[in-house]
Design a protein around this ligand. Structure first.
Ligand SMILES: [Zn+2]
Length: 197
């Protein structure tokens, strides 16, 4: 499975930018969401911390709803990994726990006001960071201008977003030794747009 040819160039730009700007040459950081997933050793569930930064009490029903919503938003990303390039899980369940040391920070009010929103885009953006995706404050890749990691430009995970995610899996899984063998990494192709969709 390869990305559409019109995304090959911007995807390579993004990866090169990450390699050039992330500390420790990008692979040195050992606490990406990827590392958390692979540490589950086949249990295929991850724990995500929900910390209530408020003195307002939370009902049991709200807790349940928060957990369901969080799982749903995670799947907006994970669905693109299931079955892709040796990704070892076909389902990752997201458990909500009360306390741990990683997760995303999203305003309580925003979150609670958006429990029924199909795409909680600020959360989706933050989940992207958990899986290594960068912000685009000072540049945009060629030819793409609307995607969730370009803050404020998209309300849902786009094709470009999920190819960036897949790219991370392809590169990091081999660097970490989670799988061997070649893929068809998008990062080594810069073929110009051949007109395909
Ligand atoms: Zn951001």
């Amino acid at each position: 499975m390869e990305p559409p040819s019109n995304l090959a160039t911007p995807l390579k730009q993004v990866w090169d930018h990450c390699l050039a700007t992330y500390s420790d040459g990008l692979f040195g950081f050992k606490n990406y969401g990827w590392d958390q997933i692979m540490a589950t050793k086949g249990f295929s569930s991850i724990n995500v911390c929900v910390r209530w930064e408020s003195s307002v009490s939370v009902t049991e029903a709200q807790r349940t709803q928060v957990a369901q919503t969080l799982n749903k938003q995670y799947q907006k990303w994970f669905q693109y990994l299931y079955g892709y390039d040796g990704f070892p899980f076909s389902e990752i369940k997201v458990n909500v726990v009360e306390c741990c040391d990683w997760g995303q920070q999203v305003g309580r009010e925003y979150y609670m006001n958006n429990l029924n929103t199909e795409n909680i885009h600020i959360l989706l953006h933050e989940i992207g960071h958990t899986y290594g995706l960068d912000d685009f404050y000072d540049w945009t890749p060629t030819g793409v201008s609307n995607f969730i990691m370009l803050a404020g430009s998209a309300a849902q995970v786009t094709e470009f977003d999920y190819w960036m995610l897949r790219n991370w899996w392809t590169e990091l899984s081999r660097n970490r030794g989670w799988q061997t063998g070649s893929s068809n990494p998008t990062t080594t192709t810069t073929t110009p747009n051949d007109g395909a969709e």
